[in-house]
Design a protein around this ligand. Structure first.
Ligand code: ADP
Ligand code: MG
Length: 253
């Protein structure tokens, strides 16, 4: 087996003495699409924040491409190639689709936000490169024609694709998607599933949290099931659907 791209070992995180994540192990191979499911409050989103660095782990290690990253701040992890589309992420209103994506690229380049805040003159070559990358990212998610239109005019499914484009603009090696299909209509979910399949075919490694078991098991190579902050099952989609512990903890509820 090849070296994993991501390795989470015995990670814990509590809030006010209550453990949201209690001893999770997760190993993801390069090119894999991993599904993560579990009831509300299982610790799925917290796990993503522990990988992305938005939250620090109380205990445990996170290794990415061979390097320990669990003490690094989120922006350093983004630089290394970890991108997250957060649960319920909103677009920036009053900006075009292209500008929305560029904001994502700025977040992963050194010059980015700080310069904007300090109102320093832009470094034009870098700005041009970011614009170019943002256009490419929009193209990858099928929104090339929307570049200069107001982001809030996009239907919800395409706004979700826009979030993906924003994450892709930083050229990640690992993309974390937290309930990307939530609230979408059937046709929009289908389009999103197709986009994810294309990204996978392009070799991108992804972890996708879903509430909808059918959706996650259809796309994923392997599925990890969380309940009460612990991994209660892991396997192929078929194994997961047949697992009595999963049925009891999740499918039965
Ligand atoms: P999931 O994404 O699986 O629904 P979460 O990771 O969002 O679960 O939450 C897991 C548990 O941790 C829940 O009980 C939630 O209330 C708690 N939790 C998550 N984030 C925080 C926070 N920032 N402060 C306090 N409690 C939190
Ligand atoms: Mg969540």
């Amino acid at each position: 087996m090849s070296e994993p791209l991501l390795s989470v070992e015995s990670v814990y995180r509590s809030f006010g003495g209550v453990f949201a994540v209690r001893g999770v192990d997760l190993t993801v191979a390069p090119g894999e699409l991993r599904g993560v499911i579990g009831p509300n409050g299982a610790g799925k989103s917290t796990l993503f924040s522990l990988i992305g660095g938005q939250l620090a782990a109380d205990r445990g290690t996170v290794t990415f491409a061979g390097d320990r990253i669990d003490r690094l701040p989120a922006h350093r992890r983004a630089h290394l190639g970890i991108a997250i589309v957060f649960q319920g992420a909103r677009i920036f209103r009053g900006m075009t689709a292209l500008e929305n994506v560029m904001v994502g690229a700025h977040a992963t380049t050194r010059a980015g936000f700080l310069r904007g805040t300090l109102r320093l003159p832009p470094h034009y070559r870098e700005e041009r490169e970011i614009r170019q990358r943002a256009r490419e990212a929009l193209g990858r998610v099928g929104l090339a024609d929307w570049a200069d239109r107001a982001a809030e005019a996009l239907p919800l499914g395409q706004q979700r694709a826009l979030q993906v484009a924003r994450a892709l603009c930083g050229r990640p090696r690992l993309l974390l998607l937290d309930e990307p299909a939530a609230g979408l209509r059937a046709a929009e979910r289908e389009a999103l599933a197709q986009l994810i399949e294309e990204l996978k075919a392009g070799g991108l490694t992804m972890i996708k949290i879903e509430h909808d078991v059918a959706f996650v098991t259809r796309l994923a190579d392997r599925v990890t099931v969380l309940d009460l902050g612990r991994v209660i099952a892991e396997g192929t989609p078929a194994e997961i659907r047949a697992d009595p512990a999963v049925v009891a903890a999740y499918l039965g509820t």
